[in-house]
Each structure stands twice: as C-alpha cells, then as structure tokens.
Design a protein around this ligand. Structure first.
Ligand code: FEO
Ligand code: CA
Ligand code: CA
Ligand code: CA
Length: 609
C-alpha cells in the first residue's frame, strides 16, 4: 500500500537509527558490497595491494586514497556497463604506512601520497537482475584511468598564462602537474566531469618567504605567511621542491581550480578552467538555462565564505557531431563569474537562536554580483588575473554574503531549484553574528538553503531563497524540517554533499556528525533522503550509516533509481589511530581502507521506495 503522501517516488523505507557501529548499515531489505577500495589494481600490470610493499608505480595503477565525490556514467544503451569516476581528496599517511613518522615523510611516502591523490576512472558492470554493480576485468578495461598529483594538466581561460600562474617549471603559466584535494564535483551536459580542488593550502610551506605582494592573497586562502612550517605540515617540499613557496611563490596559485576531465577519452589532458575562479572549490554542478547557456553552481567551503555561479558566454549545442562536442568542450573557457549576495526578509527578528521569524520562514531575496565577464574584471582595483586567481579577495570587495561553509550545491533536476549544503560554522556569532540565511550562532549542525532563480532563469542575476531544513536533533528547538512533524524525522547533522534521485528526492551525505549518544560519543556519519515537494517536504529519513571515523563523503543514485553508490571516506580517522592500532577495520577486518560501496534492494526495485 502506498505510504501517506505516497505515489511515485515516495520514500517508504524504514529509516535506520543513529549508531556507532564499525560497519556500513543499510535498511532492512537492502544489501551492499564494496565496489573499489584504496589499492585495488585498476590498470594493466598494477599489483594487488600490499600495505607492506607499496610503491609509486603500484599506486599509479591502483585505486587512490580517500575517495570523495563520485558519479556513475553510462557506457552502453542497455545500461549494463558504466564508468565510475571518483575524486581522491587527500591522504592520511599515518593510516597508510606502518612506519610513518609525523612531519618526517620519506621521499617515497610523499610520492606514493601524490600518486594516491587525483581521480580514478573504473569500468563497472551490472550484476544479475538487481541494482548491484561491480568492477569488471580488473586492469583490462580501456577507459580505466588514474589521474594523480603529478598528471600534466592545462590551464584555460582568461588567467591562463598570467604572471600569477608562472613558475620556474612553467614559465608560460599554462601547464601544471596534478590536481590536489579534489572534493566534490559535477557532470556537464556534454559528458565530462568537473572536480573541485578544495583545501590545497595544506600542501605548501614557506609562505613566510614569499614577496610581500603575494602575502595577503596567500593568507586569505589559509596559507601561513608568518611561519615557515605551520604545525601539521606535510613536508612534501622535502621530496618535491615546488611545494616550498619560499622557492616557488606562485605554485599555490596553480591549485584551487575546477578541473574538467573527459572520462570517455583516457588520453585527454585534464583542464583547469580559470574562468570559474579560484577558491576552495567544492563541486561545480550544471544546469542549462532557458537560452541554452550553461550555468554552474559552486561553493567555497570555509567558514564565512561564499556561493558562486558561472554562466557560459556561448550556448550549449545539443547535437552529437564532432564539432558540436568540440564547441561544448570550450564552453567553460569564457563567461561570467558571479558571487551571491543575499537580502533578508526578517532581519530584525534574528537573534542567533534559530527561532523562526513571525512570517514563518527564514527567507529573502538575492543577487548574483558579477565579478568578471568576457575576460574583463568588474571589480574596482583588481585586474582580470587578480579576480580569477584571487577570487576570494574580489568577492570580499563586493560585499558577498558570508555563509556557514557552503559545500556542495546541487540543482534539483525535477524543479530547477538549487540546494546548498551549509555544513556548520561554530564560529558564527560575535563580529559575524547570525543572519536570516545562517540563523544560528555557534552553528554545530548546519542547514540547507534552497534558491529559486527568478523566472527559472539560471543565467539571470536575481533569485529568492529559503531554508527548508535546519539540521540537528529534532528535539532541539533550533531545528526546522519545513514544518514537518519532528517526531517522525531522523536526527541529521553536518550536511555536506547532495544528490537527487529520479523523483527529485534529495539525498544528503553528512561530514562530521556532531550529534552524540548518552555517553557523549558522536554518532557515525550517514546518508539521508528527504522529499522537497508536497506534504512530505522536510521528512528526513536516515538511509545508511558509515563505519567509525568515516565520512559519508558522497552519494550517487543511478539513473534507473535502483542503486546508490556511496563514498566511504577516511574510515578509522580518529586521533591516535595507526595502521596497527586501527579505530576501524572496515572493510576487510584488518586495517581501515577508504572505499566506494554500492547499496541496492534485494527485490531489485527502486531504492528508498
Ligand atoms: Fe572536502 Fe568541503 O569537504
Ligand atoms: Ca565534502
Ligand atoms: Ca522571513
Ligand atoms: Ca553532489
């Protein structure tokens, strides 16, 4: 029988409870398996993983570390083969090497870590008649690929060749080795993936030794300009000199970009698109505007940072010819870069407690403020190169709205509304007090922002917004679930990555669950699903949880709605844990290995239904 508020796409699964198990937990009637995990050989000749005999060469052919955002792209019309594309955000050497000494890596360890960054492309095949998929013929698939921290990439757009991007190794400022800290991502209408470089600051030292002119921008991106080796430095410069800014002051400017990768062409050179600006990029998710230009939505995940939009100058071509594709492949090289500035409907009523205003909504209007258009700066006192390379400084100047860690931004394919995961911001308050869009001081649990572009025009400059969900324990009066009966919703904390199923239900992955059990121990992260339209709007239910210490970094619901692929990132990442003293033994019972898993329904029907 259909559930209350049922019909096609209703989420009738029985939610799982918050828990602290060292396991991947799915609802009754579902099963799961590991698709790929750190060290699995994916290229010809790559050896089976052996934690005691790792090498650069092996890792370059094996699945990378700390899988983050992922997507599954079709390979055949029958939908039995597909490509899994995965970001590998960062490495945690203490959980990778038995003999790792903090702050004193060996040359080999640095190079293995560089090889464990980047992306993996792996071919999958459907198993039987359910929603289960698995990697096939390991090491023999033509599309399988590793992109790493040393793969050559090309800059495009107005800042390519800029003096701000030039280094001793690249005197033209047009090519860079590798991508780092690739966190979230998105897909384009022409079948490529966009992967965002986030916390690139952590790889660099020597910021105290750069010319004075370079210091303000480095500092704005979280690089110390007073201390040569800030605490926790990886010391990668001991193996690769380019990570020492005192010697190569512009190398950090070559990270923090959106990288476009064509997974259907394993020989293609990844491109870093300067037109999209440089910040701590999460994803870049696309919508085709009514006039056929393409809009990308992008978050900068830092406390008090901003939400951005890029609109292409040229229109998408919908044909499949070679010239159509070539045209589309150039779309991200020119356009307009905007940053969001919000206005508030009930500003005077906001006291930082999360109490709802008298009009019954956290809501308001907003404008997309253009920073650069057609290769020209629109920011007084900044050149086009400065706007694109030091985009945070440009956005500061135009008074963009400071948000509570804007992570993933995702368009709802059914309604065109845009959703932003605002993970948390415990520093909200004081000189940066709560506002209607970030309504709680010391915001531990985060919230979701919904943006509706005026006239449904994704290329436009004005919008309205509201907060459908303010996260936390539903018993906490500062939470809000679109007015839904709080006794029926799952506790949720720290929304991070977003995805939509075929029916327009939002799937929310969490990072850093701050909710605790009666002993004060935090519950594991998880995956939650929630309808956004109709009477069930706000009915959050927990679908899955990940092992101890892990982040549920990303989820992707396959097009036929019968499977969800999840990224189990940094299992066992607990202070004091090591390879031999693991806090998690997921998935194999020995030491912790990050991995991608897939969940499906035993009866083969749609997930969540
Ligand atoms: Fe890598 Fe913002 O999470
Ligand atoms: Ca993330
Ligand atoms: Ca209001
Ligand atoms: Ca997403």
């Amino acid at each position: 029988a259909p559930a209350p508020g049922g019909g096609k796409g209703a989420l009738t699964f029985k939610p799982i409870p918050p828990n602290r198990l060292d396991a991947l937990i799915v609802p009754n009637g579902y099963d799961w398996s590991v698709v790929a995990k750190w060290g699995d050989p994916i290229l010809p000749g790559a050896p089976e993983f052996d934690i005691d005999s790792q090498s650069v060469r092996a890792q370059e052919g094996q699945f990378g570390y700390n899988n983050d955002w992922l997507v599954v792209l079709p390979l055949d019309r029958q939908r039995n083969r597909a490509l899994l594309v995965v970001n590998h955000e960062y490495t945690n050497e203490i959980l990778m090497f038995r003999d790792y000494v903090d702050g004193a890596p060996t040359r080999d360890q640095v190079r293995i870590a560089l090889a464990a960054h980047g992306l993996s492309v792996v071919e999958l095949e459907r198993q039987g008649s359910t929603g289960e998929w698995a990697v096939i013929d390991r090491g023999r698939r033509p599309y399988n690929r590793r992109i790493t921290g040393t793969t050559p990439m090309r800059f495009t757009g107005p800042a390519a060749g800029s003096s701000l991007l030039r280094t001793a190794a690249d005197r033209k400022g047009t090519t860079v080795l590798g991508c780092l800290n690739n966190c979230a991502g998105g897909i384009t209408p022409w079948g490529t993936v966009l992967s965002g470089e986030e916390n690139f600051n952590q790889y660099f030292v020597g910021g105290d030794g750069v010319p004075a002119d370079d210091k303000p921008a480095l500092a704005r991106y979280g690089i110390s300009t007073t201390t040569r080796y800030p605490s926790g430095s990886r010391r990668w410069e001991t193996a690769e000199e380019r990570f020492d800014l005192a010697k190569h002051p512009h190398e950090a400017n070559r990270f923090g970009w959106v990288v476009e990768v064509d997974p259907y062409d394993p020989k293609s050179t990844p491109r870093k698109h300067t037109a999209l600006g440089r910040f701590k990029h999460e994803g870049a998710t696309s919508v085709v505007a009514p006039d056929s230009r393409v809009a990308l939505y992008m978050g900068d995940d830092e406390r008090f940072d901003y939400m951005y939009k890029f609109v292409t100058e040229k229109k998408l071509r919908r044909g499949n010819s070679r010239s159509d594709r070539e045209h589309n492949m150039s779309l991200l090289e020119s356009g307009t870069l905007f940053v969001a500035k919000l206005a508030f409907s009930s500003a005077s009523e906001i006291d930082g407690s999360g109490r709802l205003p008298a009009d019954g909504a956290f809501n308001g209007t907003g404008r997309w403020i253009p920073l650069a258009r057609g290769g020209q700066s629109l920011v007084d006192g900044m050149s086009i190169d400065e706007v694109l390379v030091h985009t945070r400084l440009a956005a500061d100047r135009v008074g963009a709205t400071k948000m509570d860690r804007p992570e993933d931004i995702e368009p709802n394919p059914r309604t065109g509304k845009i959703y932003v995961a605002l993970t948390n911001n415990t520093n909200r308050g004081g000189t940066n007090p709560a506002d209607e869009a970030n309504p709680r001081n010391a915001n531990k649990h985060g919230h979701i922002l919904e943006i509706t572009e005026d006239g449904g025009n994704h290329a436009g400059e004005t919008f309205t917004w509201t907060l459908p969900i303010v996260c936390g324990d539903p018993n906490d009066p500062s939470t809000y679930f679109a007015g839904y009966d709080k006794s029926k919703v799952s506790p949720i904390s720290c929304p991070d990555n977003l995805d939509f199923d075929a029916h327009g239900n939002l799937w929310i992955s969490t990072d850093g669950n701050a909710l605790t059990d009666h002993t004060g121990a935090t519950f594991n992260d998880g995956l939650f699903a929630v309808p956004l339209e109709g009477p069930e709007r706000g009915h959050v239910k927990q679908f899955l949880s990940v092992p101890i210490g892990a982040e549920q970094a990303s989820a992707y619901v396959l097009d036929d709605n019968r499977s969800v692929v999840v990224s189990v990132q940094h299992p066992g990442e607990i202070t004091g844990a090591t390879v031999d003293n693991p806090a998690s033994t997921w998935p194999d019972g020995d030491f912790a290995r990050p991995g991608v898993a897939i969940a499906w329904r035993l009866d083969g029907r749609e997930i969540g239904a």
